[in-house]
Design a protein around this ligand. Structure first.
Ligand code: SF4
Length: 499
């Protein structure tokens, strides 16, 4: 049986620490390191029921009190492991990249709303002491909240303690009208209550506002809804509230409501631009959940000589399979694979695969997918045989003194993909240039390929040095990477794939 190697990095959002009830750890992209999480809602009770929520709620939620002693001992054990360095010896943390082996923050987050927990104030005090005991005062303390409990006496006390520790409040505000608020957050708490509590908290210390925008049943928030949300934030600021930054985010992982999908980067940027136009700091955090489908091709074509033999290229399909595996958590990925690549794909857990054989066969399958997905993303990593013999019928007998083959050119698949898909398709192609190609020439060759084929991005390198020195080239830019792995990561994270 093949087991998948597990590397815990920012693409792996599973929470770790075995039997812990309240304290968990994730390696976080945004925090760029280990984020220690404190979950005060193990019963998954929340005052909101956001459509984009990722908390698993198949069982009815329960409001269960927090056992503070247990929370304290779980936190103490984890901070002890971090302090001794032993955490990084235990799976899966032993696979975390060196630069991410740091405590980036300690955050009250988890499976429900912390501000409604009667134990929040005590938990804040406990965490403050533990942070000081382990000499982690420089590590930010964060509270991710929808703010629905800050007006109560216990909520006010928790807020005061949290602010006294220099904590950063990240306050959720996804809508400016009651209708939009109900549609996305599905809460019985009135929007006005949330806004009052945002005012209360932001007058004490600057807050970070987190706002998630998504498509719901294919509908993006209307201009009027965005305008109302902007006005709400401006009212907070004009009334003495302090907003350090507004984080404009979207759906990054599987939400509870499948009709909820990520909003594209361009729209998120436009929303952030409205805030900046009013002097508010805004950052954009794209996600890709439910967005463009992706077709990856991997391996080499096998053009037949007779019924037994073929000519093929020297490609295992490793690059295409690795890309499909990396993109699969965010996109609906379909892999067109050679038989050799198919074996790798099965081991890598690629869910949707289809075999191809000859150049003509690959072309027909690609055309079918692209015509059905004209707003998709094509990552064409397969090595395509550009010459093919005229195949003999049956099997040519062995024992001949010699056998001369005559090869003819095959259709250039890459030159046709753009025409099948149209302007909205995103096309990524690959170029392996001759061994003696210099850097400047490689960029020029890749750019010519981009222009000729309508590729949005070309992954270019030189035969004989395929593991190093890669250029990612667009019509107007290029960037160099010393290692192939870094270039593949840059391709996976490229903004072209966000919209
Ligand atoms: S506030 Fe957070 S935990 Fe509660 S439903 Fe919304 S996303 Fe889920």
């Amino acid at each position: 049986m093949t087991t998948k190697a597990r590397v815990l990095d920012f693409r792996d959002h599973r929470r770790e620490l075995g039997q812990n009830r309240y304290v968990y750890a994730v390696v976080s992209r945004r925090a760029q390191g280990l984020s220690i999480g404190l979950n005060l809602n193990p019963g998954r009770d929340c005052s909101f029921l956001c459509r984009y929520c990722q908390v698993e709620r198949s069982a009815p939620p329960q409001a269960v009190p927090v056992l503070l002693d247990r929370l304290g001992s779980e936190l103490e054990a984890l901070l002890g492991l971090v302090g001794s360095g032993k955490l990084w010896q235990h799976p899966p943390f032993d696979t975390v990249r060196d630069e991410l082996r740091r405590v980036a923050d300690i955050a009250f987050a988890g499976d429900g709303e912390p501000s409604t927990s009667p134990q929040l104030a005590a938990a804040v005090a406990m965490v403050g002491l533990a942070r000081a005991r382990h000499r982690l005062e420089g590590v930010p303390l964060r509270l991710l909240s929808n703010g629905s409990g800050f007006h109560t006496p216990t909520g006010r006390l928790a807020l005061a303690r949290f602010h006294a520790l220099g904590g950063e409040l990240w306050f959720k505000l996804d809508a400016g009208t009651p209708q939009a608020y109900q549609r996305i957050n599905c809460s019985t708490v009135p929007l006005e209550r949330i806004l009052d509590n945002l005012m209360l908290a932001s007058r004490q210390r600057p807050v970070v506002v987190q706002s998630l925008f998504s498509e719901l049943h294919g509908q993006a928030p209307t201009a009027a809804e965005i305008h109302a949300w902007v006005q709400r934030l401006l009212q907070v600021v004009q009334s003495g509230g302090r907003v350090r930054e507004v984080q404009v985010t979207t759906v990054a992982r599987a939400p509870r409501d499948p009709a909820c999908r990520a909003l594209g980067r361009t729209r998120l940027e436009a929303i952030a631009a409205q805030l900046r136009g009013h002097g508010l700091a805004a950052s954009v955090h794209p996600g890709r959940w439910g967005r463009r489908p992706v077709l990856v091709t991997a391996g080499a074509t096998r053009n037949p000589i007779d019924s037994m033999r073929c000519i093929t290229a020297n490609s295992s399909g490793g690059t295409g399979v690795a890309l499909a595996q990396a993109l699969q958590p965010d996109h609906a990925v379909h892999l067109l694979a050679s038989p050799q690549a198919q074996l790798r794909a099965t081991a890598a857990g690629i869910e949707s695969t289809e075999l191809f054989e000859s150049t003509d066969d690959l072309m027909a399958r690609m055309e079918r997918w692209v015509r059905a997905n004209p707003r998709g993303i094509v990552v064409h990593a397969a090595a395509v045989g550009d010459y093919a013999p005229r195949a003999s019928a049956g099997k040519v007998s062995s024992g001949k003194a010699s056998w001369e083959l005559s090869l003819g050119p095959t259709p250039k698949i890459l030159d046709q993909v753009r025409a099948w898909g149209g302007p909205d398709l995103v096309l990524v192609s690959f170029k392996a240039a001759a061994p003696d190609t210099g850097d400047q020439a490689l960029v020029a060759i890749a750019r010519e390929q981009a222009q000729r084929t309508g590729s949005d991005l070309v992954f270019a390198n030189v035969l004989g040095r395929l593991g190093e020195r890669v250029a990612l080239v667009t019509a107007s830019t290029h960037a160099w990477y010393q290692q192939r792995g870094d270039a593949l990561q840059a391709l996976i994270e490229h903004t072209l794939l966000d919209d």
